[in-house]
Design a protein around this ligand. Sequence first.
Ligand code: ATP
Ligand code: MG
Length: 284
Amino acid sequence: MKLRIAVQSKGRLNEDTMELLKEAGIKVSSSRRTLLVAARKFPMEVLFLRDDDIPETVADGVADIGVVGLNEFEERAADAEIVKHLGFGACRLSIAVPKDVDYTGTEWLQGRRIATSYPGILSRYLESKGVQADIHVITGSVEIATGIGLADAIFDIVSSGSTLVSNNLKEVEVALESDAVLIANKNLSTEKREILDKLLFRIDAVMSASDKKYVLMNAPRECVQAILDVLPGIKSPTVMPLAQEDWCSIHTVLDESCFWDIIGRLKDAGAQGILVLPIEKMIL
Ligand code: ATP
Ligand code: MG
């Protein structure tokens, strides 16, 4: 029994997806990048597809699970379930208009032509705002549609916004915040559910560790309390005596996002020889 996962064959999500599987201990030989490849050391096989095809393939059970952008999943409105947000591939689906437009709000869009490759999400969004517009579907180079007179506005993927700037556009509405999601067929057998649960356990361990650092430091015993006061929300940091009398070693786990701030304050509180190490896996 193998769990079949659909992964984008090439493109923006391929590398991060394969890296996540690798960190979860699931190795797929990259030399044989054929359509279907069995994983080593885990009951799984990888089906490489274009991302457009992943939602349906999972919904109809040709693949059991898949990794795809939330934007693509929502657009296809496929009948599969979202099991987990994976955090990578972050982007948003936004409406943008030429930068000299005096945009007043969604009512500006009434009766306008909007070019997009995401007609499903756009029409649902416009409906929720009570706006009727003329949706013009194009599959590529949506960002040039206003420049060539094809549309008054565009609805497209934005990440840094630099594509908008270089096409003289400004972002005016965000309809969807997207990241890569793990999706699953709704009728998985018990055996396949069990494999999926094992995979999720591993993914959780990798994701919990990814924004954490293991921090160790030495300090004179009289500074320990001041140092512990600086450490955020740690239930019980490890404090160990050192061979040198009245000195301790303090070990803890910190969020990467706050460690620069915290580390300055730890030094002020008397910590010395601070080491910051990556954590590979974390089982909570
Ligand atoms: P395929 O050949 O598989 O159909 P594609 O060209 O449709 O690929 P990619 O450009 O590889 O798709 O993007 C895949 C997904 O990556 C997008 O659907 C989106 O979820 C995510 N993504 C993140 N940042 C961006 C970005 N700046 N531009 C486009 N997609 C992005
Ligand atoms: Mg695609």
